[in-house]
Design a protein around this ligand. Structure first.
Ligand code: BES
Ligand code: ZN
Ligand code: ZN
Length: 511
């Protein structure tokens, strides 16, 4: 797929399909003349008539297709309703490109997307992302690939936007391309069945990303043992598949002043262990490594875009299985930081492996730590699939991540870490137990548990259990594993990855 800048006026544009957004209070022909004053009058008249016949209102996602039959070089104009102009933001740009991609991809070979406001680089980037995201599909195991999905017609997308320097425009195209591809890379890892995407394969995927600025180390169980990762290895005990602890380090060059550590939950399948899940609760549990997939994708994109900071990617990967050596409820584990944990529920395994991943991160002495995990069912109950929960110990870091999420089209919503929640993690025989009282603030309790392992460092925890999996596709979101978090973390890192910055100061623009 090639993304370029369109420099011709629309009436001379040679892409097969030209896509133009229409605001709620305008008509397609008005939009058309605004984006090209030279548009022939008969084209305007026909578009006007077509819009009237169709009753086109410019409501968000509304579509109107007009065939040119040689009146202009483009074969068709596709008008897409953008909704209210005052509400237009970067997410609208991404969504609009995604809708365009879904509707022209089956028929056209080339497309031109017209931006309807003076370009912010973030819009250009978001449009490229949206195109990638909406055209993703996973067909590896289909012997008869789905016909509609198979026809990936468009191979060239040009974006028409005014008011930005050429070099900046090219950089925004590239950032969108890299981030879009990184999200789809993570989606691919998640889509693979658990029997294929084992901790070993996950580690192989990480190793394959190594390059000049990115080193990758995979620690085997014996090395994890030497480091004292008792919590991580406890979870791995029930599985035949060997666990892998993945440590990736991106070095951002001489200008790099800060180091951000990102830890991902890599449970390649969560059966619950001896605290076994129900059949329905287990069905999609291959996606319990979504946090890990996001970390790999973020490291991949970071190494391609080279922001001036250091980023550590840390993934604890194992299955959670009820094998004959599995953890018994009631077992006590010693985590890497020396704390002892009574495992009262083997299904609360994510926090156990993250305990050691976070302790490991602390040892590398980063400026801040972010973890990302499909950690609790309760966050799905609280927020549904619309947003991930964010908790943490540092208000600025959390605010910055929330802001990044807004531009990235990945919403984060804060949940509390009240001291009271700690009481529910009190154990009679160990320093703490891994699961609180059933049905009581289980997302916050999980967050409270993790807090015990960050040693007071600025830290934020993203519980992505909801938006990491979708049952329906919509706009830029695919069905299945979505890789939620790649974009927001990339926006955050490209903005400096600086939790001390004023979250309002920067309009999330990528250089
Ligand atoms: N992987 C699950 C959380 C989950 C549930 C993710 C549903 C996506 C959808 C996690 O390991 C888990 O089982 N958590 C338990 C914790 C409980 C035992 C304290 C949960 O949320 O039920
Ligand atoms: Zn679990
Ligand atoms: Zn889990």
């Amino acid at each position: 797929m090639e993304f370029t800048r369109e420099t011709n006026p629309i009436s001379a544009c040679t892409a097969e399909a030209v896509i133009i957004g229409v605001f709620a209070d305008e008509k397609p022909a008005e939009a058309l003349v605004k984006v090209d004053h030279e548009m022939p009058q008969d084209v305007l008249n026909q578009v006007k008539e077509a819009a009237e016949l169709d009753g086109f209102k410019g409501k968000a996602r509304e579509l109107l297709s007009w065939k040119s039959f040689g009146k202009i070089p483009a074969k068709s104009l596709l008008f897409i309703g953008l909704g209210d102009e005052k509400e237009y933001d970067v997410s609208t740009s991404r969504r609009y490109a995604a809708i365009a991609a879904r509707s022209v991809n089956k028929t056209a070979k080339s497309a031109c997307l017209v931006l309807r406001r003076p370009a912010l680089l973030a819009d250009v980037q978001a449009m490229v992302e949206g195109w990638h995201l909406a055209t993703y599909s996973f067909n590896k195991y289909k012997s008869q690939p789905d016909e509609a999905k198979e026809k990936k017609g468009v191979t060239a997308v040009a974006i028409k936007a005014e008011g930005v320097e050429h070099a900046d425009f090219a950089a925004a195209l590239r950032a969108g391309d890299v981030i879009g591809e990184a999200v789809n890379f993570a989606r691919e890892l998640i889509a693979e069945p658990a029997s294929y995407m084992t901790p070993t394969r996950l580690a192989e995927n990480a190793v394959a990303l190594a390059g000049d600025s990115l080193t990758v180390q995979v620690l085997e169980a014996s090395q994890a043992e030497n480091l004292g990762m008792g919590a991580f290895l406890g979870v791995a005990r029930g599985a035949e598949e060997p666990p892998k602890f993945i440590y990736m380090r991106y070095t951002g060059g001489a200008d790099a002043k800060r180091t951000v550590a990102i830890c991902g939950k890599g449970i390649t399948f969560d059966s619950g262990g001896l605290s076994l899940k129900t059949a329905a609760g287990m069905e999609h549990m291959k996606y319990d490594m979504s946090g890990a997939a996001v970390v790999l994708a973020v490291m991949k994109a970071t190494a391609q875009l080279n922001p001036p900071l250091n980023v550590l990617g840390i993934v604890a990967a194992t299955e959670n299985m009820p094998g004959h050596r599995a953890l018994h409820p009631g077992d006590v584990l010693v985590a890497m930081n020396g704390k002892t944990i009574e495992v009262n529920n083997t299904d609360a395994e994510g926090r156990l492996i993250l305990a050691d991943a976070l302790s490991y991160a602390v040892q590398q002495n980063p400026d801040e730590i972010i973890d990302i995990a499909t950690l609790t069912g309760a966050v799905v109950t609280a927020l549904g699939r619309a947003a991930a929960g964010i908790m943490g110990s540092n208000r600025k870091l959390m605010e910055n991540l929330v802001e990044s999420g807004k531009s990235a089209g990945e919403k984060l919503w804060p949940l509390p870490l009240f001291d009271e929640y700690k009481d529910s993690l009190k154990s009679d025989i160990a320093d703490l137990k891994n699961a609180g009282s059933k049905g009581e603030a289980s997302t916050s309790c999980a967050g409270m548990f993790l807090k015990e392992f960050v040693d007071g460092k600025p830290w934020a925890h993203l519980d992505i259990a909801g938006p990491a999996w979708m049952d329906k596709e919509k706009d830029e979101i695919n069905k299945g594993g979505t890789a939620f978090g790649v974009r927001l973390l990339m926006y955050y890192l490209l903005n400096g990855g600086d939790s001390t910055a004023d979250p309002q100061s920067s309009l999330r623009v990528v250089q």
